[in-house]
Design a protein. Structure first.
Length: 308
């Protein structure tokens, strides 16, 4: 027994394993997001573009690119285009989502197969925006199914040029955005409604409130944090609107650039190798997105503190 060696077990320290698991995220974030962001901010302060085979710059020019973007270009016009198409798509989206969420969560209706309907309304969100745009491009083309049906029914004599009229192009872009995102918004609002204490609804009904009064006096105020989140995140997505109008108008924002969005404008500058102006547009969009995200964070923190 005296000569027997006592084996000492080495304790394994698991405290540092967490850093190992989160390291890939930080590596990817630094390489693909942080470094490009810093490079973009740097380019925004330089005159740096290519004309044919000749490279101009990079030459430091301070805030000249920002001045050009804000006051000497069509960016305000494209920003207005983006805002109009976002509003045209978001207003029916939020109305439809509110109606569906109230319908699905109404305990008095006792709807059957709600899981099936939830899956169906969410499915458009799973389809790539580019696929949606290509589908609508074919359907509403001059020789597409819509015009063929209308002409066969003798409702029109000549094809309606949906893809070259301002109202129809904006309407199609808005409709596609509504169709792709109303399911996601519906599920968010449903989760918010189901999180409301049922005793509040019961108290309102006991006091004699009808369904309309319950909706406006109880449901909407309780949904305020989620509605703010939905509005601002949708606006952030609207600012980044690109693939649907890009494909639907072949990247030209037809007619007469009335459907040209901010990201389409940015994309043109990047393909034309104007890194300075492209960087300035990107920085402005980043600042707007960061400000909107800050509003969401602040509002959610205030709601959390009130809930406590």
């Amino acid at each position: 027994m005296a000569n027997e060696k006592v084996k000492k077990t080495r304790k394994i320290n698991y405290n540092n394993w967490g850093y190992f698991f989160i390291a890939p995220f930080f590596v990817v974030f630094i390489i693909f997001q942080l470094i490009p962001l810093i490079s973009t901010i740097g380019n925004s302060f330089f005159e740096n573009y290519r004309v044919g085979l000749m490279q101009v710059g990079p030459t430091f020019n301070g805030l000249a690119n920002f001045k050009t973007v804000l006051f000497e270009s069509d960016v305000p016009r494209y920003a207005m285009n983006t805002l109009i198409m976002w509003i045209l798509g978001f207003v029916p989206q939020i109305i439809l989502s509110l109606l569906l969420s109230i319908w699905f969560t109404d305990t008095e209706l006792s709807l059957k197969h709600t899981q099936f309907f939830k899956t169906v309304i969410y499915m458009p969100n799973l389809i790539m925006a580019s696929a949606f745009a290509m589908l609508f491009f074919v359907i509403f083309a001059d020789g597409g199914p819509v015009n063929s049906i209308l002409m066969n029914m003798n409702l029109i004599n000549d094809p309606i040029r949906f893809l070259v009229k301002t109202k129809s192009v904006r309407g199609l872009v808005a409709f596609m955005n509504c169709l792709m995102w109303y399911g996601n918004t519906t599920l968010l609002l449903m989760s918010g409604i189901m999180g409301i204490d049922n005793s509040i609804f019961e108290a309102a009904r006991i006091d004699g409130a009808n369904p309309v009064q319950v909706f406006f006096k109880v449901t909407l105020p309780q949904l305020a944090p989620i509605l703010v989140y939905v509005v601002i995140t949708s606006l952030i997505g609207g600012i980044q609107m690109f693939d649907v109008p890009q494909i639907l108008t072949n990247g030209e924002g037809t007619p007469n650039r009335t459907s040209m969005t901010l990201i389409m404008y940015l994309n043109k500058h990047l393909f034309s190798k104007n890194y300075g102006l492209g960087g300035a547009v990107s920085v402005i969009l980043f600042a707007i997105t960061a400000a909107l995200s800050g509003i969401v964070y602040k509002f959610n923190m205030q709601s959390y503190k009130r809930g406590r």
